[in-house]
Design a protein around this ligand. Structure first.
Ligand code: TRP
Ligand code: ZN
Length: 534
């Protein structure tokens, strides 16, 4: 080994240990040497799945994202203005940012020093330290081709900034956002957003919230969207392309924005049968039911939490899942192959506006609080549409998935990164809620769901907090039930909270919400596939 290589190795080793130390440091802990009564913000919030995502030492209030995008070259030019409050005296702090080229960073109007590392950290050292409790503004100028992200949570599923034939579709859960703007990338740091997106004239640019301006200047159009409701930053979008945009209000006065790719009206769901309905028509029909769906869910979960709504459907082949983008869910076209599945996925994504978005995760391992709840909402909708009650759906899955199926190996209360979006997180998550419902009874069950939405509104939740709430409201001890359903890699005995591992005949335990045994009872067959189980 040459001296230079040896030195490089030592430096690399030192860097690795430093990074490891940083990773282990609790949020907000000192990770640099104290200097003049300030310290560095932590490079991560210590999420066990993604330790270096999010950052310590500050709290973002607002992102102003000015973006120009040219679909012909895939190039993006961005200016991100981030308004934050220091939570301790900061000599420097980190943002999460990956790829593209940083041109400059300013803090409070003055040029700042900055440095990037391979693991998406952008470290910013302002000229003057930032005082605890004070607001400060960071402006990052950058450009380049945003990278479509692939990570171990879904190795076959590209996400983040997805390039399409006519623009982009931007779906960043869990860790795609840092590939298109610099940010504090963790759901515990919610903020308001303003998007100023410039695209070639003739294209639409769709983001979250309310459209507050649209101006064509020469060959370009600038779209301005404002999203005032606190938002986990992975839920931000700048989806660009040709869209048929419809702006309207629900009967309750909520502003709605629906955007459907016009190509989908030329695409029959059955390519052999040109007379079959098109994806565009089926999407329109399901989107036309959004107000009805919001009403239905609001009647169960409590008031719709945000100040606008709507949905986007793109024909992009690389878009392989729907995402509950805040106030503007995004759907792949194949979700609208038939009206029943179309409606069901719209229910799923709208349910996430309560569970997932308004009540966000405190850490990624609590994912079942998002996906189990949104799936349960589909089950409730199925019941109301006469397509099978939640209890029937529960029984179908329970009876049809044998105990030796790997489905039961996923510990959905802490599934691990590779299983973050496993079908079990969805289906076993919904089954857990049905078991809880049978255990505590309808009145208390729905009180628990509503109380969870209300108390955690605008904030973040953990599984332990949900269990405590359920125990408080029901007056029952529920840890065995939740242990069996969330934390045991085995098929639980039917409905029973028993620690018993033997799977008994599926008879006792759960009470059928439907009143069982009636001959005319509709079977839920086949069960709707969980949205991400592809
Ligand atoms: N949360 C999405 C849903 O509504 C699914 C999802 C988001 C996903 N990101 C993903 C699935 C990445 C697979 C890979 O269900
Ligand atoms: Zn979901």
């Amino acid at each position: 080994m040459s001296i230079r290589r040896a030195r490089a190795a030592v430096v690399a080793a030192l860097l690795a240990t430093t990074l490891a130390a940083m990773t282990l440091a609790p949020a907000g802990a000192s990770t640099g040497t104290a200097a003049g009564g300030c310290r560095a913000g932590a490079p991560g919030v210590g999420d066990p799945y993604y330790p270096l995502y999010g950052n310590g030492g500050y709290d973002v209030q607002h992102y102003l994202l000015k973006i120009a995008y040219n679909p012909a070259t895939d190039r993006l030019v961005g200016v991100a203005t981030i308004t934050a409050r220091a939570t301790h005296n900061l000599c420097r702090f980190n943002l999460d940012f990956q790829g593209m080229t940083v041109r400059s960073v300013k803090v409070n109007g003055k040029a700042a020093r900055w440095r990037r590392s391979a693991d998406h950290e952008l470290t910013v050292t302002p000229q003057r330290r930032l005082k605890e409790g004070r607001r400060f503004t960071t402006v990052v100028r950058y450009d380049g081709v945003p990278r479509t992200f692939v990570d171990p949570s879904a190795p076959d599923v590209p996400y983040g900034w997805i390039h399409t034939d006519d623009g982009s579709v931007v779906v960043s859960e869990p860790e795609g956002s840092a590939n298109w703007f610099p940010l504090n990338d963790h759901p515990t740091d919610k903020a308001a957003f303003t998007f100023v997106v410039t695209v070639p004239a003739g294209l639409e640019a769709i983001s979250n919230g309310r459209l507050v301006g649209r101006r064509t200047h020469g060959r370009h159009t600038t779209w301005v969207w404002h999203a005032p409701d606190p938002m986990a930053p992975y839920l931000a979008t700048a989806t660009i392309g040709q869209f048929r945009l419809r702006t309207y209000r629900t009967p309750d006065g909520l502003r709605m924005y629906d955007a459907v790719d016009p190509d989908l009206y030329d695409r029959p769901v059955d390519p052999q049968d040109p007379a079959s309905p098109t994806y565009g028509e089926i999407a329109d029909r399901s989107l036309a039911r959004q107000a009805e769906i919001m009403d239905f869910l609001a009647g169960i979960f409590g008031p719709y939490p945000f100040s606008s709504g709507g949905g986007v459907v793109d024909d992009a082949e690389d878009l392989t899942f729907a995402l509950e983008v805040q106030t503007r869910s995004i759907y792949p076209y194949f979700d609208f192959a038939d009206p029943i599945s179309g409606d069901s996925v719209v229910v799923h994504e709208i349910a996430h506006q309560w569970y997932g978005n308004d009540v966000a995760l405190a850490a990624w391992k609590h994912m079942w609080l998002n996906e189990g709840f949104a799936t349960y909402a589909q089950w409730l909708w199925s019941g109301r549409e006469g397509l099978g009650t939640p209890q029937e759906l529960f029984e179908t899955y329970y009876n049809e998935i044998p105990a030796d199926d790997p489905f039961w190996d996923v510990v959905i209360g802490d599934p691990g990164i590779p299983n973050l979006f496993h079908g079990a997180v969805y289906t076993r998550g919904a089954m857990t809620l049905q078991v809880l419902r049978n255990q505590v009874g309808d009145r208390k069950f729905f009180r628990i769901l509503r109380a969870w939405a209300k108390r955690k509104s605008g904030g973040n939740g953990t599984t332990a907090q949900f269990v405590r709430l359920a125990e408080r409201i029901s007056g029952q001890q529920l840890d065995e039930l939740f242990d069996a359903w969330l934390f045991t890699p085995a098929k639980p005995t039917y409905g029973a909270p028993a620690a018993a591992t033997a799977v008994t005949a599926a008879t006792g335990g759960a009470r059928s919400a439907a009143g069982s045994g009636s001959a005319g009872r509709r079977r839920a067959s086949p069960p709707p596939a969980p949205p991400a189980a592809r």
